[in-house]
Design a binder for this molecule. Structure first.
Ligand SMILES: O=C(O)[C@H](O)[C@@H](O)[C@H](O)[C@H](O)COP(=O)(O)O
Length: 241
């Protein structure tokens, strides 16, 4: 398990630029090595930064397969839909084939939407092994949640499925699907972006704490991969170094 690589930049805009350039670098390496790039994306402020910054990078978009680390089970015309954001702000700006941005089926109840998403993932990650994403792009909520894995929630212990559903999310909307921790920790490269003073205290707990029951974001420790944290100075201000 590699130690986290912590990158601190003065402003959120600089953090976003660095992040997008790392994503493109990893994409291009993966495409060169195996012809495809598999990436999981998240909502929150990350979606805006990725959709603004990635179109400026040089990469073969036809080789990208973009999944959702978690998704709210709401229709595609609802502003809570993370798919809606990427569809409206990335597809069309870059030559990513529409079918390579893989949405959930929001017409299904959450548990069925999770099962359906597993079969969509299996088209790109066939077999029964844990999927190994080239990269997962993650955010962290003020409570330390990541994906739709919330502190103290029983979903943190799920190991028998690669995508799980939640119907009592403490953050609305309550119905969601999420990658489970074994899949998150099987990625080749997990990357968090966290900016702003409101993240300073929780970041200190996540990155420097030694809690018996670690927060969800602190449980992201890829077993055979890299872990990056991209922070601005306000978020990093309580960290030791
Ligand atoms: O599913 C959600 O409700 C949000 O997408 C959430 O998980 C978000 O990713 C984090 O709260 C970080 O968001 P910020 O980076 O904007 O703080």
């Amino acid at each position: 398990m590699a130690a986290p690589i912590i990158e601190v930049r003065e402003t959120e805009a600089e953090v976003a630029r660095e992040l997008c350039s790392l994503v493109a670098k990893k994409a291009n390496q993966a495409i060169e090595q195996k012809g495809v790039f598999t990436v999981g994306v998240s909502g929150g402020s990350l979606q805006k930064h990725l959709c603004n910054g990635l179109p400026g990078e040089t990469t073969d978009w036809t080789k990208w397969h973009i999944f959702f680390c978690d998704e709210r089970v709401v229709p595609f015309d609802n502003d809570d839909s993370t798919y809606k954001y990427y569809r409206d702000n990335l597809l069309g700006k870059v030559p990513l084939p529409k079918e390579n941005l893989v949405p959930i089926d929001p017409s299904l109840p959450a548990s069925e939407a999770a099962t359906d998403y597993i079969s969509k993932l299996r088209k790109v990650f066939p077999g029964t092994e844990l999927p190994r994403f080239d990269m997962l792009l993650l955010g962290m909520g003020p409570d330390g949640h990541t994906c739709s894995l919330f502190p103290g929630h029983k979903l943190l212990d799920v190991t028998d499925v690669i995508v799980a559903s939640i119907t009592d999310s403490p953050k609305p909307p309550p119905q969601r699907i999420t990658l489970t921790l074994p899949v998150v920790n099987n990625t080749a490269c997990a990357v968090f972006m966290s900016c702003g003073e409101s993240k300073a205290e929780i970041l200190k707990r996540v990155l420097e704490g030694s809690e018996a029951d670690p927060l969800p974001a602190a449980r992201v420790r890829p077993t055979n991969g890299e872990l990056h944290w991209f922070l601005d100075q306000s978020a990093a201000k309580l960290l030791k170094s």
